[in-house]
Design a protein around this ligand. Structure first.
Ligand SMILES: [Zn+2]
Length: 459
């Protein structure tokens, strides 16, 4: 069986390894005023949702030794609004996409470890748009997002492009070709369309194309790499192998090369939309389902943790009538906001049920710095008891056999494990989540714990 890029294995916000990172552009009052005045379009716009699976926020708009990693996404960001404090509600593919598609937290949609299916009972984003006359198509490189697990709901056409892939093949060229072909075939269709694309290049194993890797200068004093395998990532996580700081930096280089190569594939779809004049009437959202751990806290991949590197995601919205060009806003946003945003901006009725997210259009108008953002992770019992036990039998994973919850609120971050620990970090002074304040700040700890309990009663 080929080595799939599925989520089998398991940042701080400091731009610690990519020179020339983000430049925070302050909001221009005039641009915000324009956003407030703007009304949703009367004719429903097209909607394109691009998920850069496993791409960390600090790699978008970043450079490696002067080489920009995401030039095509950066161009969209310059024409749209970037939410620099955007967070996922879960650290891996299944629950995060289920949140994108339903607008619900994982404790409501329930698609997570031990229960991987998105139930038919939910009304997905695609189903909502389809009900309002949209043509709908999904293109996925991620083998978790299958029709059998419920992710095809609402898509007239759903292309699982990984199905005939070779081992370690990156499927982004096929995904872009398929997406463009679908757009081409529906050219005469008068309906607005919704197109969802999941790109997976940045997922383990990191196997970048040589042309992309060769553009990024290697790390001095590190053993040069062309790849980083799932087995290597697991051995590091399981403390069987050590990597020096230079060697870890070299791992980050192969990861960055995946993002660089993927960006060229994303560009093909964006160029097609622009070239055919469709971009202007399209709500374009580019985000990630989660990030990736590149050695922080001893982790690789994106399982077993709710630290910032796995939750902090890029989020860019391009729709010039509503979202000001070039604006970067620190307003706290979540992937729970994507579904309400799309319905709102498209001028469609809001969901009849209560959802936890807000339209990003309204969030721009009234940013709430103290907005609580919840993330959840179900206990990965089968992953540990079956997969890890057979693949890495020498590693004791019992400390990770727990569900996790986290809350971001007012500059603080709370993480709790159901095996009985809690941690509290002040992100304003400790972006790397290194100094646990739970003993020093019992009142703050209790406040965060209570807020999590409150949010878990809601949607
Ligand atoms: Zn994913």
């Amino acid at each position: 069986m080929r080595q799939r890029k599925a989520s089998k294995t398991p940042r701080n916000r400091t731009k610690f390894y990519l020179a020339g990172g983000l430049v925070l552009v302050l909001a221009l009052a005039a641009a915000l005023t324009a956003a407030l005045r703007a009304r949703p379009a009367k004719t429903p716009p097209n909607v394109v949702l691009i998920v850069l699976d496993t791409v960390r926020d600090d790699c978008v708009g970043a450079h490696w030794q002067g080489v920009p990693l995401t030039p095509s996404v950066d161009a969209i960001a310059a024409e749209g609004t970037r939410f620099t404090n955007a967070f996922s509600a879960a650290p891996w593919t299944v629950p995060s996409h289920a949140t994108l598609f339903t607008g619900l937290h994982p404790h409501r949609h329930y698609a997570d470890h031990e229960h991987f299916k998105l139930a038919d009972s939910f009304t997905t984003l695609a189903e909502r748009l389809q009900a309002h006359g949209y043509a709908t198509a999904g293109v996925t490189c991620n083998p978790w997002l299958t029709h059998t697990l419920g992710f095809k709901q609402g898509f007239e056409q759903y292309f699982e492009v990984y199905a005939d892939s070779q081992p370690n093949e990156n499927d982004s060229p096929k995904a872009s070709t398929q997406a463009i072909e679908w757009l081409r075939q529906r050219a005469a269709d008068q309906r607005p369309f919704f197109l969802f694309i999941n790109y997976l290049d940045a997922h383990l194993p990191y196997t970048p194309a040589p042309e992309a890797l060769n553009r990024l200068p290697p790390v001095p004093d590190a053993k040069p790499r062309t790849a980083f395998s799932i087995a290597e990532a697991e051995r590091f996580l399981g403390r069987l192998d050590q990597l020096s700081p230079a060697d870890l930096q070299e791992v980050r280089r192969v990861y960055a090369a995946e993002i660089l190569a993927q960006d060229a594939q994303v560009a093909r779809v964006l160029d097609y939309l622009r070239g055919t004049g469709q971009l202007e009437n399209t709500v374009l959202i580019i985000t990630a389902d989660h990030g990736e751990q590149l050695g922080e806290h001893g982790f690789t991949g994106h399982e077993f943790s709710l630290y910032e590197p796995v939750l902090d995601v890029p989020l860019i919205v391009r729709f010039p009538p509503v979202f000001p060009a070039g604006l970067q806003t620190p307003a706290p946003a979540g992937l729970i906001d994507i579904l309400p945003t799309i319905l709102d901006v498209a001028g469609l009725p809001p969901p009849s049920e209560t959802l936890p997210g807000r339209s990003l259009r309204k969030l721009l108008a009234a940013p709430a710095a103290d907005r609580p953002l919840l993330a959840e992770y179900a206990r990965p019992a089968t992953l540990i008891n079956k997969y890890w036990r057979s693949n890495q039998p020498r590693v004791d994973m019992s400390a990770y056999n727990t569900s996790l919850k986290s809350l971001r609120l007012g500059g603080f971050k709370y993480i709790a494990a159901d095996i009985g620990w809690e941690r509290l970090f002040d992100l304003s002074t400790d972006a790397g989540e290194e100094r646990d304040l739970s003993a020093e700040m019992p009142d703050r700890l209790a406040q965060m714990r209570a807020k999590v309990a409150e949010l878990e009663l809601g949607p």
